[in-house]
Every structure is written in structure tokens, then in C-alpha cells.
Design a protein around this ligand. Structure first.
Ligand SMILES: Nc1ncnc2[nH]cnc12
Ligand SMILES: [Zn+2]
Length: 330
């Protein structure tokens, strides 16, 4: 029995799982010149001042991803680590536009990532959620949606990520309406560095079913009341929030406040290779820093199960695994 609950990982960017060692290996294999002397030099750059500072390195490191096999290797390495973290179901984000901008087509990205997902460890269920980059034009997102749909790759839904401040969700209303008509599930990053109003827009204009981060919702009591009332899932990433300085320290993280307000929060990893930990590390870190009770840990794990885009049978299985784990802890 592990010390962290069976996990449903709903907020992890596959490119954010690219570990420094694999960056160096792929750079060598693909003859990509990186501006780092060695691993230590690369690692020394992982001290971020804010979201944009992180995104600069995150996008720059993607230069080593050239072929479908590179995407497959990155995804397979993640799945192996996720299995050790106790992940039972993962809904994986991918950023197709970040690769398209480098001349790597949507089909190459999807072939590599979805190929590796198809070979996920036994018992782990998976889904893929491509995200649109909110700091690029909505027309480009619309073209990428066309390419995603044309690929024939099974997709769970769509998301919205990248630099949030000044890039409101409403710009993507048309793309989200089209995705919804195609039967895709809808999520978006909102209220990470952007204001509470962006969370409201994501719900009202995009019609999202889940909000990624959403921590700045706390600045707006009326919004908090609504999120609680409607049980809107919020996928919170504590180590990310500290490393991107959205929150001063882990001990000052608003997770207990969010739980106390009755919000449907769960804990996830965001970009684990960059922020110091996978979903199990995030769970361990918040339990220790915030002195969470067994009951709070169980609630977080069950909230993730309820927020997953799975069918009733799979949800019942996942619920059962969490409750069995909790019972064994008692
Ligand atoms: N934390 C984050 N916020 C916005 N976009 C991202 N892309 C990868 N990680 C992200
Ligand atoms: Zn994220």
C-alpha cells in the first residue's frame, strides 16, 4: 500500500514531463544544438520568476522533439513514472501549436503521443486533450482543430493554456463551440495568473466542464459560491503554483481554504519535470506542508475521480480503489 492515494491525473502537460536527461539525449540523437553546456547548466535555469519565464524555457526545450519516436519516448517515460506514482487514469495535455511553430506537424505529434498512450501500463486508462495556445491567434487554433479532427486520432477534449494575463478565454468562443459540436469535452486554464473574471468567462463563454488551476477564484466571493454550488472541478497544482510564484510558499497555499469553501478541488502536477514533482510528490508535499487530514486527502482523491471524463463503470472502479486505499490507511 502506497503512502499516496491511487491517482487520477487530470492536469499534466506531456511536454512538461520532458526530463533534463531526455532533453540532452534527444538533442544528441537529433543533432539539435542547445544553449546549455551540460545537465547542470540546464538544471540551473529551472528557477522561475513567473509563468512567462517558465514558458520561455518550456517552449525552447521542445526544440529536441522532431520525430514521432521522440514524442513516443517522452510519453512512454511519463507513463512509466506515472504508474510508480499510483496513477490509475490520466488525461494528458499536449500543445500541438508549439510544435507546428517549429515545422513539426500535428500528425507527427499525435502519432507519437497517442501511440505511446495505446501501450499504457496494464490497468491504467488514458485520454488525450490537445490545448490551444491562448497567446496565439484564435484563427490558428481553429485551423489546428481542423487538423486534429482530420487526423482521426481519438481525442477526449480540448484545453487552453500558455500565457494567461491579457489573453481572456472569450477570444476562443468559436473554436470551443465547434469542438463541443464535435462531441469533445471542454476544459481551460483560468485563474492561474489571470483574474477571477477569466474563470467566469471560461464557464459562461466557453462552456468548460473543468477549470485548470482556478486559484484566483478566491478573490471573488460570488464566484466561489457559484463554483461550490455547481461543483465545478478545479485542477490545482500546488508545486507549480509555488515554483511560478502564484503562491508565496506551499504552507501558504490556499488549498485548505478551497476545500473549506466546498470547492471540488483535486491535486495534480502540471509540468512535473520542471516543478519538482509528479502527482504523488504533489500529494505528499501538501499533506506535509498543510497538515491535511486523512479525510481531506480522501476528498481530494475522490474529487479527481468525479472530475474525470470516464464512463460510469470506470468511475465506479476508480472510486472503489480510492475508498479501499483510504480504508487501509485508517
Ligand atoms: N502552468 C501552465 N500554465 C499555462 N500554460 C502552461 N503550459 C504548460 N504549463 C502551463
Ligand atoms: Zn497547466
Amino acid at each position: 500500500m502506497t503512502d499516496t492515494p491511487p491517482a487520477v491525473e487530470l492536469h499534466v502537460h506531456v511536454e512538461g514531463t520532458l526530463e533534463p536527461e531526455l532533453i540532452m539525449e534527444l538533442a544528441q540523437r537529433n543533432r539539435v544544438a542547445l544553449p546549455y553546456a551540460d545537465l547542470d547548466d540546464l538544471r540551473a535555469r529551472y528557477a522561475f520568476t513567473d509563468l512567462s519565464h517558465f514558458l520561455d524555457l518550456y517552449y525552447a526545450n521542445m526544440a529536441v522533439l522532431r520525430h514521432a519516436e521522440d514524442f513516443a519516448a517522452m510519453t512512454a517515460a511519463y507513463l512509466e513514472r506515472a504508474a510508480r506514482a499510483g496513477v490509475r487514469h490520466v488525461e494528458l495535455f499536449v500543445d500541438p501549436q508549439a510544435h507546428l511553430a517549429r515545422g513539426v506537424g500535428v500528425e507527427v505529434v499525435l502519432e507519437g503521443v497517442s501511440g505511446a498512450l495505446a501501450a499504457a501500463p496494464a490497468g491504467m486508462t488514458t485520454g488525450l486533450i490537445p490545448c490551444f495556445l491562448r497567446d496565439r491567434p484564435a484563427e490558428e487554433a481553429s485551423e489546428v482543430l481542423d487538423a486534429l479532427l482530420a487526423s482521426g486520432t481519438p481525442l477526449l477534449g480540448i484545453g487552453l493554456d500558455s500565457a494567461e494575463a491579457g489573453n481572456p478565454p472569450s477570444r476562443f468562443a468559436d473554436v470551443y463551440a465547434r469542438a463541443r459540436a464535435e462531441g469533445l469535452r471542454l476544459v481551460a486554464h483560468a485563474g492561474e495568473e489571470g483574474p477571477a473574471d477569466y474563470v467566469r468567462e471560461a464557464l459562461d463563454v466557453l462552456g468548460v466542464e473543468r477549470v485548470d488551476h482556478g486559484i484566483r477564484s478566491l478573490e471573488d466571493p460570488a464566484l466561489v459560491a457559484r463554483l461550490a454550488q455547481e461543483a465545478v472541478p478545479l485542477t490545482v497544482c500546488p508545486l507549480s503554483n509555488v515554483r511560478l510564484r502564484a503562491v508565496r510558499t506551499l504552507a501558504a497555499h490556499p488549498l485548505p481554504l478551497m476545500l473549506g469553501a466546498g470547492l471540488a478541488v483535486s491535486v495534480h502536477s502540471d509540468d512535473p519535470a520542471y516543478f519538482g514533482g509528479y502527482v504523488d510528490d504533489n500529494h505528499r508535499a501538501v499533506v506535509e506542508a498543510l497538515h491535511l487530514s486523512d479525510e481531506q486527502v480522501r476528498t481530494l482523491a475522490l474529487n479527481a475521480v468525479e472530475a474525470a471524463f470516464v464512463d460510469d463503470a470506470r468511475r465506479a472502479e476508480l472510486r472503489g480503489e480510492v475508498t479501499a486505499w483510504a480504508a487501509a490507511q485508517a
